[in-house]
Write a protein that binds this ligand. Structure first.
Ligand code: TYM
Length: 330
């Protein structure tokens, strides 16, 4: 057990988790728990970087915990916990804030995107420092591998840079983590706008499929999903909508996009969409049903998170001590 390499990743308890979260991240979390010592965090400190209703935040944390389990994470193998329960995350974040540079944070495209409307001046300092906390999350466990969707690549490059810089300044301390981005499903696009990412904060409900959507809701959203001109079911650059739907089909049926294309050669968009709706319903219904069952017993979920936090603390504490001491804090 202790010789296994470590995996760390996290999901924000904000909005509902959707098909993109599942195919880009969660599905891989589950696959990795057999071969690695895995840490899967519910990153509530990250969620605070934009204002939240405290009640909604609390219930979103439980929702992610339920979804983690319902998707197949096994708490006897995977360590599932909430970030704010392990104070070491915020402490290491401060140390890393003193290693990160304003210039590199200013180049983060997610920060630029998120502040496009309101302007950077009005953004919270937390939103600006967000990637430093993310680096601290990972380095605190000396994780070797971090499974994420494509949108997190830049944040993870920064985590690698900060690990290397710290090691150069203070001696070999942190593992430099590898980024793991899946071949299929790394960037699921919105159903109603295939040039925009499927995102939790998207205002149009027709754009995303929540992991808790009812089967008929899923069927309706797929029926209405945008398609491209032409008739062939192929993933080509001139067909962003069909390419996206093919990626969803392939990801949920564990096949490759060319295999699915082959199956629909000579058939039209209508047939393809009808089957796709059933593939999505079949893939997500067991998760939805199990998650709703688990949400009926919030105390059980809280207990699970607390026991995960205890295990996480045991790993995080000595790593933080070591980093702090190398910087002269002892
Ligand atoms: P978050 O909560 O936005 O998303 C969780 C995971 O889902 C992936 N994802 C997607 N993948 C494919 N297509 C999409 N449309 C899509 N939308 C989301 C994300 O890439 C992510 O892997 N900053 C992170 C949370 C975090 C974290 C960490 C991740 C905090 N600390 C340490 C890894 C390691 C975030 O906001 O993810």
């Amino acid at each position: 057990m202790h010789s296994k390499e470590r995996v760390f990743s996290g999901i924000q308890p904000s909005g509902t988790s959707h098909l993109g979260t599942y195919l880009g991240a969660l599905k891989n979390f589950v696959a990795l728990q057999d071969d690695y010592e895995t840490f899967y965090c519910i990153v509530d400190l990250h969620a605070l970087t934009t204002p939240r209703d405290p009640k909604v935040l609390r219930s979103s944390v439980r929702e992610i915990a339920a979804i983690y389990l319902a998707a197949g994470l096994d708490p006897s193998r995977a360590i599932i916990f909430r970030q704010s329960s392990v104070g070491e995350h915020a402490e290491l974040c401060w140390l890393m804030n003193c290693v990160a540079k304003v210039g590199e944070l200013s180049r983060m495209t997610q920060f630029k995107d998120k502040t496009q409307r309101g302007g950077a001046e009005a953004a919270s300092v937390g939103l600006y420092a967000y990637p430093v906390l993310q680096a601290a999350d990972i380095l605190l466990y000396n994780a070797h591998l971090v499974p994420v969707g494509e949108d997190q690549r830049q944040h993870l490059e920064l985590a690698r840079t900060l690990a290397r810089r710290f090691n150069n300044l203070y001696g070999d301390t942190f593992v430099v983590p590898e980024i793991m981005i899946p071949k299929t499903g790394a960037r699921i696009m919105a159903l109603d706008e295939p040039t925009a990412k499927m995102s939790k904060s998207r205002p149009t409900p027709g754009g995303y499929i929540s992991l808790l959507d009812e089967p008929d809701e899923i069927r309706r959203k797929i029926r209405r999903a945008k398609t491209d001109s032409g008739t062939e079911v192929t993933a080509t650059p001139d067909k962003p909508a069909i390419s996206n739907l093919l990626g969803i089909y392939a990801g949920l049926s564990n096949r490759t996009v060319p295999e699915v294309e082959g199956q629909y050669r000579g058939k039209g968009y209508g047939d393809f969409k009808k089957d796709l709706a059933e593939v999505v319903v079949e893939g997500l219904s067991p998760i939805r049903e199990r998650a709703l069952e688990l949400l009926d017993d919030p105390r059980e979920l809280d207990a699970l998170l607390e026991s995960g936090a205890e295990k996480a603390r045991a790993v995080a504490r000595p790593v933080l001590r070591d980093a702090a001491s190398r910087m002269g804090l002892d």
